[in-house]
Design a protein around this ligand. Structure first.
Ligand code: AMP
Length: 190
């Protein structure tokens, strides 16, 4: 039988159970989420999505300006786009699940052709600099490097940001991105 530790008082038992090095996935990660909408009441959809992101963030969110952009592909309606910064305590997959659920709640069918109109699109643009490529998730999101409707609102929040794979600065990516019609939208957050 092992000898009882002289330190095993209730207090020390409690402190021994505390992790010395908290696991990485327990720490809040700094995450940028891109929002887009070009169907239905887009301003209402962005407002509802912002409230949702505030609910799931472990600290106050930060929001970019709202941009109005030309649609890519067959869709006729302009998009409203923005980026919101949240702090997320959990895995990237768990966050993706929450975002997909919110898209569904806000009226988006689970199956849809690429590039069609959508009531709400929520994408994880950057997850604390994590690089990931699996069946469900690509991080950073490929659009982060090449689409002005992501880069310009991201620049509003993080002008010092750089793409984690290529290490290119966001200002350089903005200069290299294909041109598109994009303007600070007539509508802004209240
Ligand atoms: P979307 O058409 O933009 O809603 O994306 C459709 C699918 O892209 C999602 O169901 C995800 O599995 C996948 N995906 C890959 N990388 C990402 C990412 N960084 N953020 C969001 N969705 C992603």
């Amino acid at each position: 039988m092992s000898k009882k530790s002289p330190h095993s008082t209730p207090d020390s038992v409690h402190s021994e159970r505390l992790p010395v090095n908290p696991r990485a996935e327990d720490a809040a990660r700094s995450v940028f989420v891109a929002l887009g909408s070009n169907e239905g009441d887009s301003t209402a959809h962005l407002t509802q999505a912002r409230l949702f992101l505030q609910e799931i963030s472990s600290s106050p969110i930060r929001t970019s300006r709202v941009y109005q952009t030309e649609p890519i592909g067959p869709s006729d309606n302009d998009f409203l786009n923005a980026v919101i910064h949240i702090d997320w305590e959990g895995s990237p997959e768990a966050l993706l699940d929450r975002l997909k659920e919110q898209e569904r709640i806000q009226g988006r069918p689970s199956r849809y052709p690429k590039w069609t109109s959508r009531t709400l699109d929520l994408d994880i643009i950057d997850f604390g600099g994590l690089i990931l490529n699996n069946d469900r998730l690509q991080l950073p999101h490929p659009a982060a490097a090449e689409r002005l409707f992501v880069l310009l609102p991201l620049y509003d929040l993080a002008p010092e940001w750089y793409e984690p794979v290529t290490k290119k600065a966001i200002s350089e990516l903005i200069h290299q991105a294909p041109e598109m019609r994009i303007e600070v939208g007539a509508w802004q957050w209240e």
